[in-house]
Design a protein around this ligand. Sequence first.
Ligand SMILES: [Zn+2]
Length: 261
Amino acid sequence: MIEALLLLPFGLVIGSFLNVCIFRLPRDLSVVAPRSFCLECEKTIAWYDLIPVLSFLLLRAKCRYCGAKISWRYPIVELLTGALFAYCGWRYGLTPECAKFCIFGAMLIALTFTDFEERILPDEFTLGGIAVGLIFSWFVILPQGLVSLFHSGQNSPLISLYESLLAAIAPTVCIFTLGFLYQKIRKKEGLGLGDVKMVAMIGSFLGLIPGIMALMIGSVLGSVLGMTFLLLSKKDMNTYELPFGSFLGVGALAVALLGLH
Ligand SMILES: [Zn+2]
């Protein structure tokens, strides 16, 4: 319990940083400089107006200087990340596993929102995520999926690293091929390259079977919610681009947090 309380404020602050990433990375802007500013009046925001969640409530969702509206996405991302960190602390204690799922979850939250808002999945989180997932597989041993076909002995960090690598590559090749075929047949892009990279990132963190499970949950969610949205909003099914990465993010979060790995 104490670990959850320790990690909660840390998660809120990371959530605040994720908000910066969610706005700036799709626009190819630096996430370090300049300091946060109002998008409307461009005034730099003071430190006391950058306190996660609290500032949003105190300012009543408006810029202190010009009164421009502040998006609800800011407190939502902060609260989600805070809850994620607290949950991982409660569940795993202060362990490498806790660090792994905090980082993985934070990256998924960022990807879910950049895809939802901009239909962009930044390489910093997809390709960068693959690298981080591979590193963590050494410290937090993955269950054997594909590797067990070639190897039946004891699990070791090296075997876990192979599993992570295979889990990143195998689903990616499948989904890339499917996307390619879809494009040939329907003459339009089915999946962006960003989605393919995100599938690899999820595989590298979760391993093969849980990675495929995340992909399946994401696809079902995307089909059901996406179709419902398209029907209700009467948008054109052939031209409207659904944020598949967002559904994939929710699927991967479900697998990671519900312990389906
Ligand atoms: Zn302003």
